[in-house]
Every structure is written in structure tokens, then in C-alpha cells.
Design a protein around this ligand. Structure first.
Ligand code: ADP
Ligand code: MG
Length: 689
């Protein structure tokens, strides 16, 4: 047992105003919390610059020292305190818009002041507005090291934090959580010198490395933090094994008949992930597996085969999709596959009529429905399942955690949970997968079905729209179908709708010999369906669409896609959209129309689209352009739990931390416990969502 961590001053009731309360609001409850409250940045107060030179810092703050020559309260629009200080080289005004009477007294003539701030050329000469200052005696020594600046909260001064941290550093148990031999092997600094250096950097420290957090002391902290994250995620993964699930033992008649009925053979990759899933489904703890595969890689068949295993074993399978249009596509496809094999498929979405809903709910509750497809409507309280063995969530990142949990908890009796299969066409780069998804097993379909021809992508200036319309005409007359995607207008859905309607009218007028359809998010689901049906059947030549077609739409004969104002779309969105073509054997083309001039980021996005069709590569570049927070939402990315490490720049550390986490969990639980106690304390629950 490691000795209990001594406690910092105990916070009183919530919202109180003692120092301890203020610290607690920053999450600083124990001495160790304080010690691990590391500086945000450092300030260089080791030098004083002559006042004359203070404005040569290029915007960075400068520190000057001088004697007050004049102090006055002026009324320049607003009451303010103007204090002129002077050294051998010149003078400077310190300007305070908010000040106390005590300050006026303190800064009276003849006082020596050390002030730090940004120097501006004001109307009355050089000035510092609201500088950080202190009154000093002549010849007061300068700090010899950089001054740490801590993340602070309201009412907590740096001085106070510094003192609290310094005191905590006297009290904690410094024992390293990691054995020296391990540290040496990985090339890490020991804990204590690392922490001490970060709080009190010595004068000769490599300033840049400190500021950029590439200093070995920072590396140790980041590593520790990542290790704690990995350990914690891995532990919750193990905890899952202690929960129960019904083993779905039988890969039987239905599975075999379904495979036999498919007009194609599974790809090697599909085969492989299917085996992984089948194995998991046979276990008596719940599967939690993410099935990743690029758009068009054939995830749906695999999901259907998983469902078949549940049904073969006498349980229901549920498939939930984020939109009606996607749920509907799944329903039709799966019903077309399964109904002829005698499977009873039910369909439940919000837009059904009351009678149809009641009907569906009844069939779901009685167990008559074996395979259930739908939207969020499935997780409403009124829906009772009979015996769910498997829950499949498509495009899982579009659902909140709560929604996924709700579906999972709808399963069987309390002690058993359904197996979960999550599908995503948004490939998650490796580092993110190792953090956000550390709790999931991941299966990847890394091969497209044969016979797909690559999509040729061209980037075209919007003012060549006429030519593009001619290409659309030519393609349609050759019997190919065309998607025309309208610009994304994030600020206004109404405007977006308007644009789509206008575009439809323009194209219909320009292409009188063709049938041009329109689909957008505001159409009623039934109307959307009518349009999609007309397009699928080939009756419509051109489909003008908003991004509602982004996911899941599958019309193999469509082989030309035009995207207007492509510069407004994100990379993964463009990739998803483009994935709607190139699904048949005809060679496909995607035309990205842009409005000049292109900004640098938009330019990079578009050239990425031209250069590669590989979803993983695109995701990698997307991550580079946007950062992990935006990529997945800050919370999901796992970055939210990290204070020091940066998932982007510290990838290599993530990998090392993950390897060590696996090693420790396999054989050194003492170290695991020590490390988690130090880094997470009672916060571990936060990770278990
Ligand atoms: P996604 O991974 O994007 O969900 P789908 O499951 O919709 O992909 O599959 C895309 C298309 O490829 C569908 O028309 C599907 O029937 C077809 N398909 C799936 N697997 C194969 C295969 N092994 N061989 C040929 N076509 C396949
Ligand atoms: Mg799909």
C-alpha cells in the first residue's frame, strides 16, 4: 500500500470562498493535485530593459524599472491613474483604468517601481496599460530563473498558487510510480526532478524546449498522463468482461442461406472481420466492437451476417442509424436480403403513422420481429424489446454516448447486456483510435470489393459552370446518372434550402431533355423516399441534393458527381460525398467546383481530394488540418482528459504509453495502482462513460 496522499486544506461547502474552495474549483484538492498543477507558460523576469528600448520587443512584454516622477488622476473620457516612471534612458507612463486609492498612495513620487507589460505608443508617448508591477528597493535582486505562470481561477493570484504549490511540494511522497529500470529503458526522466524543474526552472534551462514542452521534464509528465489514460481505458475494457452477455452460439441455417444468396463472394477483408465478430459474439461478456471501413467497403453485409448469427441463436438484432434516409436504405437492403429467407423484419422511425408505430412496437415486444431497423425512435421509452442479443449502431459517431448507452441498456434482463457492433465510415486515425477507442475492439475492412473503378477527381473554377452542365448532359445521355450537390451554407438552413431549390430550377431549365430531381433535409421522409426511388430506378437522370446524401446512399449507376462550392466542405465530408459515386463498374468522375480565390486550407483540402481516395489518408490529413478536438469533438477525442500531452504532436508517446500500459497490466498491478492513484485519484470515473 502506498501511503495515503496528504490532503491540502479541506474545501468547505461548495461555492465557499476560502483558498481551499478556490483551489477546489480548479480541481486542486490534494497536495498531489497541486504539485501536478504545472505552469501554462513561463515569463522571463530575469532581465530589466532600459525604458528607451522597452518598445523593441515586437509585442512581447518587457520589464522595466524606474522611479515615479509624476502621478496624477486624469479624466480622459474616464477616470484613470497615470504614473510616469523614469530611468537613465527615458520615461514611460503606466496607465491604470481601474485602480484603488491605496494604489495612488503606493505609487507616489519617488517610489521605485518594477513594471512588466507590453509597451505601446500612446497619444502621450510610450505607455504600459495595466502593467504587472511591484514596488522595489533600489538594487533589489532579479529572479535568476524563468517565472512560471499557472492556470489560475478567479480570486487566485499567481503568488498564492505558487505558495500553495511550494508548500504541497514539501509534503508529498515523491516516490516514483515507475521503476528506475523502466524509466531508463524508455528514456524518461525520474518524476521528482522533472516536476521540480517545471515549477522552478534553473537559470540555464533550455528555454525553448520548456516553452514548447519538448523538454525531457515535460516529456515525463506527458508520458505519465498518457499512461494513466491508457491504463484507465484498458481497465474499463477489462471491467466489461465481468459484465454478462448471452453467448450467440449458433452460426447456422440463416447465416449459410444468406451467404449463399448473395450475388458476390465476401472480400478477404470482410471475411476476416466477420470471423472477429463471430468469435466475439460467442463470448459470455458483451462485445463492443467498432467496424471501420471506407465508404463502399461493404460494412452492411458484414453487419447483416452478424445479425444472422443473433437470429440463428434465437435472439433479436437491432440496427439503429442516425437518419431516416440511412435507416431506410438499410431497411430496404436488409429486408430484400432477409425476408426471402423467412426473417421477420420490422421498421421503426419517428415519421411512421401512429398505427404503424403501434404495430411495429407490438411486433418488437412480442418477439415476432427478429430484425429491427430504425432511427432514434428505437430508444424511446415506449419501445420494449423481447430479447435483444445484438445491437448494431451505424455511423456511431453521430450518436451521443447517452443514446448508445440507452440502446445497450434496453437489452435483456439487467444482468445481461446485448453485444454491440458499431460501424463507422469515418476512419479514425491510429492515435485517436488508441485513446478514444481504447475501450473498443476495432475491426477494419481495408479492401474494397473488386471491380470498382477509381473516381477521377477534378477541381474546377465555378465560373466554368456552363461547361460542367454540358458534361452532365453528355453523361446523362450516355445513360449515367448524376449527383449535383448544393453548397453547404452553415449559417442558415433556410438559405441552403433556397439555394438547392434555385439550383434545381436552373438545372431543370438548362437540361430540358433530362429528368432532374431535388432532395433536401426539409422534405418529409416519405417524399424523400419517393425521390430516392425515382433516382434508384433510373427515372431521374440528375439528382440535385443537399448533404442529406452524405451517408449511406447507394445507387451504383450514378457515376458523375458535381459538388458546388466544394471549398466550404470539410475533408471527410467531401470524402463521404464522393463515396456515393464509383460504386458500379462504370468509371466515375467527381467535379469539385470552387469559388476563387481559395484560402490556403481550402486549397489543401481540395488537392488532397484530387490526390487520394484512401479514407485513412484523408482522415490523417484532416486531422492535421483541424486537430483532434474538432475532428471528433473535444470530448470524444480523448484530448479532453489530457492536460499536458497533445494527441497530435505526441503520437509517439501515445504508442509508448500504450505498450507500457499493456505490459504493466499483464504483470505489475502495484505499479498500475500507484500510477493511477497519482494521476487520476478519484477522477477515474470520468473516463468510464
Ligand atoms: P459501406 O461500407 O459504405 O456501408 P455497403 O455495405 O453499402 O458499403 O456496400 C457498398 C456496395 O458494395 C453495396 O452495393 C454492396 O451490396 C456491395 N458489396 C458489398 N460487399 C461486396 C463484395 N464482397 N463484392 C461485391 N460487392 C459488394
Ligand atoms: Mg453503409
Amino acid at each position: 500500500m502506498p501511503p495515503a496522499t496528504p490532503k491540502a486544506p479541506r474545501p468547505t461547502a461548495k461555492g465557499g470562498n476560502t483558498v481551499a474552495d478556490k483551489l477546489a474549483r480548479l480541481g486542486l484538492r490534494t497536495d498531489m493535485d497541486l504539485v501536478l498543477h504545472l505552469p501554462l507558460r513561463y515569463e522571463d523576469e530575469t532581465r530589466i530593459v532600459p525604458i528607451r528600448e522597452a518598445h523593441f520587443t515586437g509585442g512581447a512584454p518587457a520589464q522595466v524599472e524606474g522611479v515615479v516622477r509624476n502621478s496624477e488622476i486624469a479624466l480622459r473620457g474616464r477616470r484613470q491613474l497615470l504614473v510616469t516612471i523614469e530611468d537613465d534612458s527615458g520615461s514611460l507612463v503606466l496607465r491604470f483604468l481601474n485602480f484603488y486609492g491605496s494604489q495612488v498612495k503606493q505609487l507616489s513620487e519617488g517610489t521605485r517601481v518594477r513594471a512588466r507589460g507590453e509597451v505601446r505608443h500612446g497619444f502621450f508617448g510610450d505607455e504600459m496599460v495595466h502593467p504587472v508591477y511591484k514596488v522595489v528597493p533600489e538594487g533589489a535582486p532579479l529572479p535568476t530563473a524563468l517565472t512560471p505562470v499557472y492556470p489560475a481561477g478567479e480570486g487566485l493570484s499567481q503568488t498564492l498558487l505558487r505558495r500553495a504549490i511550494a508548500q504541497a511540494m514539501q509534503r508529498i511522497d515523491w516516490q516514483d510510480t515507475l521503476p528506475p529500470a523502466l524509466l531508463e529503458k524508455i528514456g524518461l526522466w525520474p518524476f521528482r526532478p522533472a516536476v521540480e524543474l517545471l515549477h522552478n526552472p534553473p537559470p540555464d534551462v533550455d528555454e525553448n524546449a520548456l516553452m514548447e514542452r519538448s523538454h525531457p521534464a515535460w516529456i515525463r509528465m506527458k508520458f505519465d498522463e498518457l499512461l494513466a489514460q491508457q491504463l484507465s481505458l484498458k481497465r474499463s475494457q477489462e471491467a466489461r468482461r465481468t459484465r454478462g452477455a448471452v453467448p450467440l452460439q449458433s452460426v447456422g441455417e440463416l447465416s449459410a442461406a444468406f451467404l449463399a444468396s448473395l450475388p458476390f463472394a465476401l472480400t478477404g477483408a470482410q471475411q476476416r472481420v466477420l470471423e472477429e465478430i463471430r468469435h466475439d459474439l460467442r463470448q459470455s461478456w458483451p462485445m463492443q466492437r467498432l467496424l471501420q471501413g471506407d465508404v463502399g467497403s461493404g460494412k452492411t453485409v458484414v453487419a447483416a451476417l452478424a445479425a444472422a448469427q443473433a437470429i440463428d441463436s434465437g435472439f433479436q438484432a437491432v440496427l439503429m442509424a442516425p437518419t431516416e434516409i440511412l435507416a431506410d436504405q438499410h431497411f430496404r437492403k436488409i429486408a430484400a436480403w432477409m425476408t426471402p429467407l423467412g426473417v421477420k423484419v420490422a421498421w421503426l422511425t419517428g415519421s411512421l403513422k401512429k398505427k404503424e408505430k403501434d404495430d411495429a412496437r407490438e411486433r418488437i415486444a412480442s418477439g415476432d420481429a427478429q430484425l429491427i431497423v430504425g432511427t432514434h425512435a428505437l430508444i424511446q421509452d415506449t419501445v420494449q424489446f423481447s430479447r435483444v442479443g445484438l445491437v448494431i449502431v451505424d455511423e456511431q459517431h453521430r450518436f451521443g454516448v447517452a443514446q448508445r448507452l440507452a440502446l445497450r441498456n434496453k437489452g435483456l434482463e439487467a444482468e445481461n447486456q446485448p453485444h454491440q457492433l458499431m460501424m463507422s465510415a469515418t476512419p479514425i486515425p491510429r492515435t485517436l483510435a488508441m485513446t478514444y477507442y481504447a475501450d473498443l475492439e476495432v475491426s477494419v475492412i481495408d479492401e474494397l470489393p473488386p471491380g470498382r473503378s477509381p473516381v477521377v477527381t477534378r477541381i474546377i473554377d465555378q465560373n466554368r459552370r456552363e461547361e460542367v452542365i454540358e458534361r452532365v448532359r453528355a453523361a446523362a445521355l450516355e445513360g449515367r446518372q448524376v449527383y449535383w450537390v448544393c453548397p453547404l451554407i452553415e449559417e442558415s438552413e433556410a438559405l441552403q434550402l433556397q439555394t438547392a431549390t434555385d439550383t434545381h430550377a436552373t438545372l431543370a431549365a438548362a437540361l430540358p431533355e433530362l429528368q432532374v430531381g431535388l432532395i433536401h433535409g426539409r422534405l418529409k421522409p416519405a417524399d424523400k423516399q419517393v425521390v430516392m426511388d425515382r433516382f434508384s430506378s433510373g427515372e431521374l437522370h440528375v439528382l440535385v441534393a443537399t448533404t442529406v446524401i452524405e451517408v449511406g446512399v447507394d445507387v451504383p449507376n450514378a457515376s458523375l458527381m458535381v459538388i458546388e462550392h466544394a471549398e466550404r466542405f470539410g475533408l471527410s465530408q467531401l470524402h463521404q460525398l464522393r463515396g456515393r459515386v464509383g460504386r458500379g463498374s462504370a468509371s466515375s468522375v467527381c467535379l469539385l467546383l470552387y469559388q476563387a480565390p481559395l484560402g490556403p486550407v481550402a486549397r489543401q483540402r481540395l488537392s488532397t481530394m484530387r490526390e487520394t481516395a484512401d479514407g485513412f489518408e484523408i482522415a490523417r490529413r484532416d486531422l492535421q488540418l483541424r486537430g483532434p478536438g474538432e475532428f471528433l469533438g473535444a470530448r470524444q477525442s480523448g484530448q479532453a482528459m489530457l492536460r499536458f500531452a497533445d494527441l497530435e504532436t505526441d503520437q509517439w508517446l501515445v504508442e509508448k504509453a500504450r505498450d507500457l500500459a499493456a505490459q504493466l497490466l499483464a504483470g505489475d498491478m502495484d505499479t498500475v495502482r500507484r500510477h493511477l492513484a497519482r494521476w487520476l485519484g478519484d477522477r477515474e470515473d470520468y473516463l468510464k462513460v
